[in-house]
Design a protein around this ligand. Structure first.
Ligand SMILES: Cc1ncc(COP(=O)(O)O)c(C=O)c1O
Length: 291
């Protein structure tokens, strides 16, 4: 992207991505944040200088589900780059190419690496976007097949200039971790579903965000089809407010934060429960639920 280009992004974003878009705005790239759970909001935001649409499959942290398919169709019609962050679903649960994504972003730090011992990210060009119509490709990179121009420029210019190189040791950890992705994801989804059902029924929990519950406030009609396609592997993270009137404590952290550049790597247990002593004694069923 360059100065005066325009990006449409889902308003429901991982915090650091939001911060990054803030930096782009300071560099003169326009960013419009929209409710991506409905494609019409994306369509309404399109301008003459719009180049790219960015969404997360299931947004971190409140699990809003983007209308992935309809946005994909829109991007195809308008010839916009469709960039999908697949971190929360991982390639094990969802292949964004199936909804027309041009570029896919995956954090390798989380599900894919899976062990909290390395930081990394991946960007995949699905080959669906024809970069010959994209004016921001430098002449130097316009010499292979047009489908390759985008990823070549990202690798040879973007990643090199921004310093985003994966160290060999991190690459090794991530490669080994990825071998067990499908096993871990199945288990994580099973646990998440059990916890979501438990939390939804619990009288002291005001709201459970879990996209698999189609009446969840964050799951709109367009997303229902997408989630159905995930079969039983529904995702993944939710937040809840504990309204215990007898206690001043309003929020209880049930999970350690997802592994991220902003959290300590040593606290690597994604979807692992951290339950206070008080919860243990007051609510013994939490303990049995997580075993
Ligand atoms: C949706 C999403 N994208 C990207 C990232 C960034 O991942 P990393 O910690 O590997 O930089 C995160 C981290 O939580 C995320 O949730």
């Amino acid at each position: 992207m360059k100065e005066d280009d325009h990006i449409i992004s889902s308003a429901f974003l991982f915090g650091n991505t939001n911060s990054f878009f803030g930096t782009l705005q300071k560099l003169g790239i326009e960013v419009t944040f929209v409710d991506a759970t409905e494609a019409r909001f994306v369509e309404n935001a399109i301008q003459k200088n719009t180049k790219l649409v960015f969404v997360e499959t299931i947004a971190n942290p409140v699990t809003q589900v983007a209308d992935l398919k309809a946005i994909g169709q829109l991007c195809k019609t308008k010839n916009l780059i469709y960039c999908v962050d697949n971190t929360m679903t991982s390639p094990c649960l969802f292949l964004p190419k199936s909804v027309g994504a041009s570029l896919i972003v995956n954090s390798l730090t989380k599900y894919i690496g899976g062990h909290g011992n390395a930081l990394g990210g991946a960007i995949t060009d699905t080959g669906l976007y024809n970069w010959s119509s994209f004016e921001n490709i430098y002449d130097t990179y316009r010499n292979e097949e047009p489908e390759l121009w985008g990823i070549t420029q990202i690798k040879k210019k973007g990643l090199r200039d921004m310093g985003a190189s994966l160290g060999p040791e991190a690459a090794h950890h991530l490669a080994i971790g990825s071998e067990t992705l499908s096993l871990r994801i199945k288990k994580a989804c099973k646990n998440a579903l059990a916890l979501a059902e438990f939390c939804q029924k619990h009288s002291k929990i005001k709201q459970t965000y879990y996209p698999g519950f189609f009446r969840s406030p964050t799951t709109r009609a367009g997303a229902t089809t997408f989630l159905n396609n995930l079969d039983q592997f529904l995702a993944l993270i939710w937040q809840m407010t504990w309204t215990a009137s007898n206690f001043s404590m309003q929020w209880i952290t049930l999970f350690l934060p997802a592994i991220s550049a902003t959290t300590e790597l040593s606290r690597f247990l994604l979807l692992t429960l951290f339950i206070t002593k008080w919860v243990r004694s007051a609510e013994p069923q939490w303990v049995s639920l997580i075993q």
